[in-house]
Ligand binder design. Structure first.
Ligand SMILES: C[S@@+](CC[C@H](N)C(=O)[O-])C[C@H]1O[C@@H](n2cnc3c(N)ncnc32)[C@H](O)[C@@H]1O
Length: 268
Protein backbone atom coordinates (compact mmCIF):
# COMPACT_ATOMS: atom_id res chain seq x y z
CA UNK A 1 0.00 0.00 0.00
CA UNK A 2 1.30 3.47 -0.88
CA UNK A 3 1.04 5.78 2.17
CA UNK A 4 3.03 8.68 0.67
CA UNK A 5 0.04 11.06 0.37
CA UNK A 6 -0.85 10.43 4.03
CA UNK A 7 2.80 11.02 5.00
CA UNK A 8 2.91 14.36 3.13
CA UNK A 9 -0.40 15.39 4.73
CA UNK A 10 1.04 14.66 8.18
CA UNK A 11 4.30 16.54 7.52
CA UNK A 12 2.58 19.63 6.13
CA UNK A 13 -0.21 19.45 8.74
CA UNK A 14 2.23 19.45 11.66
CA UNK A 15 4.27 22.29 10.16
CA UNK A 16 1.09 24.39 9.95
CA UNK A 17 0.29 23.63 13.60
CA UNK A 18 3.81 24.21 14.97
CA UNK A 19 3.19 27.70 16.40
CA UNK A 20 -0.14 26.69 17.94
CA UNK A 21 1.11 23.38 19.35
CA UNK A 22 2.00 24.67 22.84
CA UNK A 23 -1.61 25.81 23.36
CA UNK A 24 -3.33 22.97 21.48
CA UNK A 25 -1.83 19.47 21.17
CA UNK A 26 0.38 20.01 24.22
CA UNK A 27 -2.85 20.19 26.27
CA UNK A 28 -2.76 16.37 26.25
CA UNK A 29 0.74 15.31 25.12
CA UNK A 30 2.67 17.01 27.94
CA UNK A 31 1.02 14.68 30.46
CA UNK A 32 2.86 11.58 29.17
CA UNK A 33 6.36 13.08 29.40
CA UNK A 34 7.01 12.25 33.11
CA UNK A 35 6.16 8.58 32.46
CA UNK A 36 8.37 8.51 29.35
CA UNK A 37 11.29 9.86 31.39
CA UNK A 38 10.54 7.42 34.21
CA UNK A 39 10.87 4.44 31.82
CA UNK A 40 14.03 5.90 30.24
CA UNK A 41 16.05 5.66 33.49
CA UNK A 42 18.29 8.57 32.55
CA UNK A 43 21.55 9.44 34.24
CA UNK A 44 23.73 12.59 34.14
CA UNK A 45 25.28 12.94 30.69
CA UNK A 46 23.02 10.28 29.09
CA UNK A 47 22.78 10.79 25.31
CA UNK A 48 19.11 11.13 24.40
CA UNK A 49 17.34 11.39 21.05
CA UNK A 50 13.86 12.96 21.03
CA UNK A 51 12.54 11.25 17.88
CA UNK A 52 9.60 13.20 16.38
CA UNK A 53 10.38 16.04 18.78
CA UNK A 54 7.67 18.52 17.72
CA UNK A 55 8.43 21.77 19.59
CA UNK A 56 11.03 19.98 21.73
CA UNK A 57 9.33 19.44 25.11
CA UNK A 58 10.74 15.93 25.68
CA UNK A 59 14.31 16.94 24.82
CA UNK A 60 14.01 20.00 27.08
CA UNK A 61 12.76 17.90 30.01
CA UNK A 62 15.52 15.31 29.51
CA UNK A 63 18.08 18.13 29.49
CA UNK A 64 16.67 19.45 32.78
CA UNK A 65 17.45 16.03 34.26
CA UNK A 66 21.07 16.31 33.12
CA UNK A 67 20.91 14.40 29.84
CA UNK A 68 22.60 15.55 26.64
CA UNK A 69 19.50 15.72 24.46
CA UNK A 70 18.89 16.39 20.77
CA UNK A 71 15.78 16.16 18.62
CA UNK A 72 14.66 15.38 15.09
CA UNK A 73 11.31 15.86 13.37
CA UNK A 74 10.29 15.60 9.71
CA UNK A 75 8.23 18.78 9.91
CA UNK A 76 10.34 21.88 9.22
CA UNK A 77 7.89 24.14 11.08
CA UNK A 78 8.21 22.00 14.21
CA UNK A 79 12.01 22.03 14.09
CA UNK A 80 12.02 25.82 13.71
CA UNK A 81 9.63 26.11 16.68
CA UNK A 82 11.81 23.77 18.80
CA UNK A 83 14.94 25.80 17.97
CA UNK A 84 13.15 29.04 18.96
CA UNK A 85 11.84 27.58 22.23
CA UNK A 86 15.00 25.77 23.30
CA UNK A 87 18.01 27.40 21.58
CA UNK A 88 20.53 25.43 23.68
CA UNK A 89 19.39 22.11 22.19
CA UNK A 90 20.31 20.76 18.77
CA UNK A 91 17.22 20.08 16.59
CA UNK A 92 17.21 19.01 12.94
CA UNK A 93 14.88 17.87 10.17
CA UNK A 94 14.86 14.07 9.73
CA UNK A 95 12.58 11.05 9.55
CA UNK A 96 12.14 8.58 12.43
CA UNK A 97 12.05 5.82 9.80
CA UNK A 98 15.56 6.77 8.63
CA UNK A 99 17.54 8.29 11.51
CA UNK A 100 20.62 10.36 10.61
CA UNK A 101 22.82 8.77 13.31
CA UNK A 102 25.52 6.13 13.54
CA UNK A 103 24.74 2.76 15.10
CA UNK A 104 24.99 2.65 18.92
CA UNK A 105 24.99 6.43 19.50
CA UNK A 106 22.31 6.97 22.18
CA UNK A 107 21.50 5.77 25.72
CA UNK A 108 17.80 6.48 25.16
CA UNK A 109 15.47 7.18 22.24
CA UNK A 110 12.20 8.82 23.33
CA UNK A 111 9.17 9.27 21.07
CA UNK A 112 6.12 10.97 22.53
CA UNK A 113 2.92 10.33 20.45
CA UNK A 114 4.82 9.95 17.18
CA UNK A 115 4.50 6.34 15.95
CA UNK A 116 0.72 6.95 15.74
CA UNK A 117 1.57 9.19 12.77
CA UNK A 118 4.25 7.23 10.89
CA UNK A 119 3.76 5.06 7.82
CA UNK A 120 5.89 2.12 9.07
CA UNK A 121 6.09 2.00 12.89
CA UNK A 122 8.15 -1.20 12.92
CA UNK A 123 10.78 0.52 10.75
CA UNK A 124 10.85 3.40 13.25
CA UNK A 125 11.33 0.91 16.11
CA UNK A 126 14.12 -0.83 14.25
CA UNK A 127 15.86 2.51 13.59
CA UNK A 128 15.60 3.34 17.31
CA UNK A 129 17.15 -0.06 18.08
CA UNK A 130 19.99 0.54 15.59
CA UNK A 131 21.05 3.90 17.06
CA UNK A 132 20.85 2.71 20.69
CA UNK A 133 23.92 1.54 22.58
CA UNK A 134 23.66 -1.98 24.05
CA UNK A 135 21.25 -1.78 27.02
CA UNK A 136 19.96 1.59 25.82
CA UNK A 137 16.23 2.20 26.19
CA UNK A 138 13.56 2.95 23.62
CA UNK A 139 10.44 4.53 25.12
CA UNK A 140 7.41 5.62 23.13
CA UNK A 141 3.85 6.64 23.86
CA UNK A 142 0.66 6.08 21.93
CA UNK A 143 -3.01 7.08 22.26
CA UNK A 144 -5.37 4.33 23.33
CA UNK A 145 -8.12 3.62 20.81
CA UNK A 146 -11.90 4.21 20.78
CA UNK A 147 -12.49 1.04 22.87
CA UNK A 148 -10.72 2.69 25.82
CA UNK A 149 -10.65 6.44 25.06
CA UNK A 150 -13.77 8.54 25.60
CA UNK A 151 -12.38 11.24 23.31
CA UNK A 152 -11.68 8.94 20.33
CA UNK A 153 -14.87 6.89 20.90
CA UNK A 154 -16.96 10.03 20.65
CA UNK A 155 -15.13 11.36 17.57
CA UNK A 156 -15.16 8.08 15.65
CA UNK A 157 -18.82 7.38 16.52
CA UNK A 158 -19.76 10.64 14.79
CA UNK A 159 -17.31 10.18 11.89
CA UNK A 160 -18.50 6.58 11.41
CA UNK A 161 -22.08 7.77 11.06
CA UNK A 162 -21.47 10.66 8.65
CA UNK A 163 -18.02 10.71 7.02
CA UNK A 164 -17.08 8.99 3.78
CA UNK A 165 -13.83 7.45 5.03
CA UNK A 166 -12.89 6.35 1.49
CA UNK A 167 -12.11 10.02 0.73
CA UNK A 168 -9.16 9.98 3.15
CA UNK A 169 -5.70 9.06 1.84
CA UNK A 170 -4.79 5.41 2.56
CA UNK A 171 -3.16 5.29 6.00
CA UNK A 172 -1.95 2.58 8.36
CA UNK A 173 -4.23 1.61 11.26
CA UNK A 174 -2.95 3.93 14.00
CA UNK A 175 -4.45 1.85 16.80
CA UNK A 176 -2.39 -1.25 15.98
CA UNK A 177 0.07 0.30 18.45
CA UNK A 178 -2.55 0.61 21.19
CA UNK A 179 -2.56 -3.18 21.48
CA UNK A 180 -0.01 -4.53 23.94
CA UNK A 181 0.27 -7.96 22.28
CA UNK A 182 1.05 -6.44 18.85
CA UNK A 183 3.56 -3.97 20.23
CA UNK A 184 5.39 -6.49 22.40
CA UNK A 185 5.78 -8.77 19.35
CA UNK A 186 7.01 -5.92 17.15
CA UNK A 187 9.49 -4.75 19.78
CA UNK A 188 10.81 -8.29 20.30
CA UNK A 189 11.19 -8.77 16.51
CA UNK A 190 13.39 -5.68 16.15
CA UNK A 191 15.62 -6.61 19.10
CA UNK A 192 14.23 -5.30 22.39
CA UNK A 193 13.93 -7.11 25.70
CA UNK A 194 12.53 -6.17 29.16
CA UNK A 195 9.48 -4.82 27.32
CA UNK A 196 6.97 -3.04 29.54
CA UNK A 197 3.83 -0.98 29.15
CA UNK A 198 2.02 1.44 31.42
CA UNK A 199 -1.20 3.38 30.93
CA UNK A 200 -1.35 7.13 31.54
CA UNK A 201 -4.81 8.56 32.21
CA UNK A 202 -4.38 11.80 30.23
CA UNK A 203 -7.18 14.34 30.42
CA UNK A 204 -7.35 16.66 27.41
CA UNK A 205 -7.98 20.24 28.60
CA UNK A 206 -9.56 21.92 25.58
CA UNK A 207 -10.64 25.57 25.73
CA UNK A 208 -14.27 26.26 24.65
CA UNK A 209 -16.57 27.24 23.16
CA UNK A 210 -16.39 24.60 20.35
CA UNK A 211 -14.66 21.25 20.91
CA UNK A 212 -14.84 20.57 17.17
CA UNK A 213 -12.95 23.79 16.35
CA UNK A 214 -10.36 23.01 19.02
CA UNK A 215 -9.83 19.47 17.68
CA UNK A 216 -9.18 20.79 14.17
CA UNK A 217 -6.12 22.55 15.67
CA UNK A 218 -5.21 19.68 18.02
CA UNK A 219 -4.48 16.87 15.60
CA UNK A 220 -3.76 16.10 11.96
CA UNK A 221 -5.27 12.66 11.24
CA UNK A 222 -8.89 13.56 12.01
CA UNK A 223 -8.80 16.98 10.24
CA UNK A 224 -7.31 15.26 7.16
CA UNK A 225 -10.45 13.08 7.02
CA UNK A 226 -12.84 15.96 7.74
CA UNK A 227 -11.38 18.35 5.18
CA UNK A 228 -12.27 15.83 2.44
CA UNK A 229 -16.00 15.75 3.28
CA UNK A 230 -18.74 17.83 1.61
CA UNK A 231 -19.50 21.08 3.47
CA UNK A 232 -22.93 19.91 4.65
CA UNK A 233 -21.38 16.71 6.06
CA UNK A 234 -18.70 18.78 7.85
CA UNK A 235 -21.45 20.97 9.34
CA UNK A 236 -23.40 17.94 10.60
CA UNK A 237 -20.24 16.42 12.12
CA UNK A 238 -19.37 19.72 13.84
CA UNK A 239 -22.90 20.07 15.26
CA UNK A 240 -22.96 16.51 16.64
CA UNK A 241 -19.46 16.67 18.11
CA UNK A 242 -20.25 19.97 19.80
CA UNK A 243 -23.52 18.57 21.22
CA UNK A 244 -21.88 15.37 22.49
CA UNK A 245 -18.97 17.19 24.14
CA UNK A 246 -21.16 19.84 25.85
CA UNK A 247 -21.43 17.80 29.11
CA UNK A 248 -17.62 17.88 29.44
CA UNK A 249 -17.48 21.71 29.54
CA UNK A 250 -16.99 23.48 32.84
CA UNK A 251 -15.56 26.96 33.49
CA UNK A 252 -14.96 27.36 29.74
CA UNK A 253 -12.77 24.23 29.40
CA UNK A 254 -13.68 20.75 28.08
CA UNK A 255 -12.04 18.01 30.14
CA UNK A 256 -12.10 14.79 28.12
CA UNK A 257 -10.39 11.50 29.09
CA UNK A 258 -7.82 10.66 26.40
CA UNK A 259 -5.64 7.90 27.87
CA UNK A 260 -2.30 6.88 26.41
CA UNK A 261 0.08 3.98 26.86
CA UNK A 262 3.84 4.15 27.31
CA UNK A 263 5.95 1.23 26.01
CA UNK A 264 9.62 0.69 26.80
CA UNK A 265 12.25 -1.85 25.94
CA UNK A 266 15.99 -2.40 26.37
CA UNK A 267 18.29 -2.95 23.38
CA UNK A 268 19.89 -6.39 23.45
C1 LIG B 1 1.70 14.66 18.29
S1 LIG B 1 3.15 15.40 17.73
C2 LIG B 1 4.25 15.01 19.10
C3 LIG B 1 5.41 15.98 19.22
C4 LIG B 1 6.32 15.77 20.41
N1 LIG B 1 6.88 14.44 20.44
C5 LIG B 1 5.67 16.12 21.72
O1 LIG B 1 5.72 15.31 22.63
O2 LIG B 1 5.14 17.21 21.86
C6 LIG B 1 3.72 14.29 16.47
C7 LIG B 1 5.04 14.72 15.86
O3 LIG B 1 5.57 13.62 15.11
C8 LIG B 1 6.19 14.16 13.97
N2 LIG B 1 6.32 13.06 12.99
C9 LIG B 1 5.33 12.32 12.44
N3 LIG B 1 5.85 11.42 11.60
C10 LIG B 1 7.19 11.59 11.59
C11 LIG B 1 8.27 10.95 10.91
N4 LIG B 1 8.06 9.96 10.05
N5 LIG B 1 9.53 11.39 11.17
C12 LIG B 1 9.75 12.41 12.04
N6 LIG B 1 8.76 13.06 12.69
C13 LIG B 1 7.50 12.64 12.49
C14 LIG B 1 5.27 15.28 13.55
O4 LIG B 1 5.87 16.18 12.67
C15 LIG B 1 4.92 15.89 14.91
O5 LIG B 1 5.82 16.90 15.28
Amino acid sequence: MDYSAFRDGERVGWSKRAELYGDATARATLQTIPKLLDHARLFPGAKVLDAGCGPGFVAANAKLLGAVAEGIDFSEGMVEQAKNQFPDINFSVADVENLPAQDETFDAVLSNIVLFHVTDPEKAMSEARRVLKPNGRFVFSQWLGPDRSECYRLLFDVLGRHADMSRADPAPNAYILSDEVNVFEMMKRVGFTDIKSEIVENILHAPGPSFFKFFMKFGVRVPLILERQEQDVQNTIQKEIDELTAPYLSDGVFKLPMPSVVFSGRAV
